[in-house]
Design a protein around this ligand. Sequence first.
Ligand code: PGA
Length: 255
Amino acid sequence: MRNKLIAANWKLNPTSRLEAVNLIEGIKTEIKKTSKNPRQEVVLCVPAIYLGLAQSALLGSEIKLGAQNSYLEEKGAFTGEISALMLAEFGVQYVVLGHSERRSLFGETDEMVSKKSQIALRNNLIPILCVGESLEQRENNLTDSVIISQITKSLENNKINGKNLVIAYEPVWAIGTGKTCSSEEANRVCGLIRAEVQKLYSEEIANQTLILYGGSVKASTIEEQMQKSDIDGALVGGASLVIEEFAQIILKSAK
Ligand code: PGA
């Protein structure tokens, strides 16, 4: 049986240190009230500038710390970048890589994602590798080929053991739009991803790899999504910034 993982992707939010601390404290308080499922993990992927305060605020908590990006080199003349080596020192355990916003707005390619992921793995960070098709690709029946290609290229030269990688299926058209992919279709694509991981690695590794769904996840959608065989959790954007809503997502996915 695989663990369940709920990861918050705060993106470029919130805009003050005080709000960030309040958000973390609020989530901690809400989580304490809910019955704990030892097989469920919660990760907060916060903006890099909040990692230090989040590390302190999460001390002694079950909640894990995540970053939203890391560079494809460990150190050197790369102004403005952050390395996996530095993240590890701040107690970061997860890093979102290849998010569609990074791919479309910052020109990240599968090859870059693969290198970033290799460096993250070398520093014992667990990449949350994001893949997903655009609306145009879906309408042209390219979903499966796009996903398979992203998975294959983004994982090239990566040593995966089933415990050190999380994959998030995030259809681009469902991110921040309020449109959720049906849970049947999300599960089908997550199954396709698992089959691809099996081809690239092994059945054992594929069966252990956590695969999340992301794209307008809400408290009202999570229960149905979590009942699906190949969906092991969620990558949550907008709803993770609202304490009550995120707490409900955690609670409902723990069942
Ligand atoms: P959303 O974002 O939940 O706001 O759609 C998800 C994501 O981009 O990871």
